[in-house]
Design a protein around this ligand. Structure first.
Ligand SMILES: Cc1cc2nc3c(=O)[nH]c(=O)nc-3n(C[C@H](O)[C@H](O)[C@H](O)COP(=O)(O)OP(=O)(O)OC[C@H]3O[C@@H](n4cnc5c(N)ncnc54)[C@H](O)[C@@H]3O)c2cc1C
Length: 200
């Protein structure tokens, strides 16, 4: 959903919409950092889902697992993407304004999202010292992405998916590995969304 929203922002920006261009500027740098950083862990979990069959070369999963780290090396490594977020925040104030204008469209829809927005604003307030800002760069990129993803899911996704995301990624109600969502999660619609219709 984040990818499609940023693709739309690119299209609209190229058609002359400056606010969409500003959203793309910050959203893409932050999203590139976080989504690519998640890629390796996601590939490992996907491989494990297939058990021994996933481990053997013929499954194709080992190739995806080996290649996943490349996501956060090329087209801007993790640190470089996080530093690019700081650059956008420092030099292009319109980018942060466009970001919060987008996120505010989901204001009031989920208390965990609203609380995450408040925490994010506090975090952004700690960036005036450049040294401290660099130490916080990864955390800032991560939180910018999670809040934007949460706001998009709340507005556009299946309610169960948005609820699981807000509970875990924004509300902190999960463990530190995949498969640790809160027990009350409505898993049916979450799984339904992930299953290819042709595979049924
Ligand atoms: C398979 C593959 C295909 C590629 N294809 C292309 C291609 O088609 N065209 C092309 O132009 N390039 C291509 N590249 C190059 C790719 O863009 C670079 O590898 C990438 O930009 C990282 O640069 P680097 O390898 O020099 O690593 P470095 O820049 O040396 O980075 C090494 C580490 O240092 C960190 N780092 C670097 N600078 C900073 C900094 N200022 N502050 C903090 N940390 C920093 C990085 O985050 C990284 O962890 C390809 C690379 C690979 C592996």
């Amino acid at each position: 959903m984040l990818a499609m929203r940023l693709a739309a922002a690119l299209d609209r920006s190229e058609a002359g919409d400056a606010q969409e261009g500003a959203l793309r500027r910050l959203g893409l740098a932050a999203g590139k950092y976080w989504v690519c950083k998640r890629g390796s862990a996601h590939a490992a979990e996907a491989l494990e889902c297939l058990g021994g069959n996933g481990y053997v070369e013929e499954s194709g999963m080992p190739r995806l697992y080996r290649e996943a780290p490349l996501l956060s090396i090329w087209e801007g490594s993790g640190n470089v993407a996080a530093l690019d977020v700081l650059r956008a925040l420092t030099r292009e104030p319109a980018a942060l304004e466009a970001y919060f204008a987008e996120v505010s469209l989901a204001a009031g829809a989920d208390a965990r999202l609203d609380a995450a927005v408040t925490r994010l604003r506090t975090l952004l307030g700690e960036l005036s010292d450049p040294h401290r800002a660099q130490l916080l760069a990864r955390r800032v990129a991560e939180q910018l992405t999670l809040v934007l993803q949460g706001s998009l899911l709340v507005r556009h996704s299946t309610p169960a998916v948005a609820d699981a995301f807000c509970a875990s990624r924004l509300g902190g109600d999960w463990g530190q590995a995949f498969g640790t969502l809160p027990p009350g999660t409505d898993l049916g619609p979450v799984l339904e969304r992930a299953v290819l219709k042709d595979a049924r």
